[in-house]
Design a protein around this ligand. Sequence first.
Ligand code: MTE
Length: 313
Amino acid sequence: MIIRKQPDLRYSDVSPKEVYLNRRRFLAASASAVAAGALARPALANTKLDFVKGQPQFIATDKVSDVRAIEGYNNFYEFGTGKDEPSRYAPRWKVPSPWQVRIDGPGAGKPQTIDLDAIMKVAPLEERIYRMRCVEAWSVVVPWIGYSLSNLIKRAEPNSKFKYVAFQSYYDSKAMLSPREAGIAFPYVEGLRQDEAMHPLTLLTVGVFGETLPNQNGAPLRIVVPWKYGFKSIKSLAKISLVENMPPTTWNIANAREYGFYSNVNPEVDHPRWSQATEERLGELSRRKTLKFNGYGDQVASMYAFMDLRKNY
Ligand code: MTE
C-alpha cells in the first residue's frame, strides 16, 4: 500500500510551532482519505519538545514526507507485519514509565542504568531532517529530534574493549506479537561498529514533527542511522552494550543471505530478490535513483574505504 497524494504542507517552509498546529489540522483533513482505507490513522503523538535546529550537514533539503507516510506506514514487527499495523496496534501499548536504558558490556568503564528523563538532558535536542531508505526500496524524509548517540555512549566512559555496540529493543510478550507470529526473534537486536556508533550522524532519537515519538515510530527512544537501510534503526531501545565482537542482528539471524551486518544503502548491490538501484519516495509518483550511502557519502564513505562493500553487505 503506497501513498500517492502530495502533502499540501511543506514542513521546511514553516517554523516548528506552525508545523505543530498545522499538523493537527492536516491530520483532521486527512481523515477522509484514512476512512477510505488509504492509510491507517496515525496516532496523535503527545508531548511537545524543546529543540534547536541541527547543523546544516544534518538537514536534508528534500521535501519532508507526509505525516501519514512517516507515522502511518511503518515496520515494527512487534506490533504486526503489515505496514498499517504498527499505527493501528502500537498506540494501545502503554509505554513503561519510568523508561530505563541499561548501558553495559566489557567496553563500558562505567556501566549504568539511566532514566529517559536523564537521557533527555545529556545533550541539547536538535531537529535533523534525514532521508530514510528502507531495504524494501521505499524512502521517506523525516524531521527527527534527538542528539548524536556518541553523547550518551561517552557517559559510560568507553574503554579500548568498545569495538561494537549491541542494541536491544524492549520486549513484552503480553503486549506484543510472539516471535512465531512475527516471523523474527524478539527482543529485536541490532548493532553498529564503534566508529559508526560514534559518528555524529547516528541519532539517538526521542521525537518527530516537534513532539515525542508516536509508539509506532519506536517510542520513547530509538536509534536512527540514515546511511543504512531502515532496519538498522532500532526502535523502543532498552539496552546498549559496548562489546568486543560483532553482535548478532535480528534480520541477519532471520536471513543471513539477504541481510548483512553493515547494510549500508548501496544501489550497486542488489537484494537477492530485488534491485536496490531505485526507490519510491512515499508521496511522489516517479521513482528516484538510490544514492550510495543514501546520499551521506561525503560524511561516512571514509569509514568503509578499505572494505569490499559487496562482501560486507
Ligand atoms: N525496531 C524494532 N524493534 N522492530 C522492528 O520491527 N523495524 C525496522 C526498524 N526498527 C523494526 C525496528 C525496519 S525494517 C524499519 S524500515 C524501520 O524501523 C522503520 O522505521 P519507521 O517505521 O519509523 O519508518
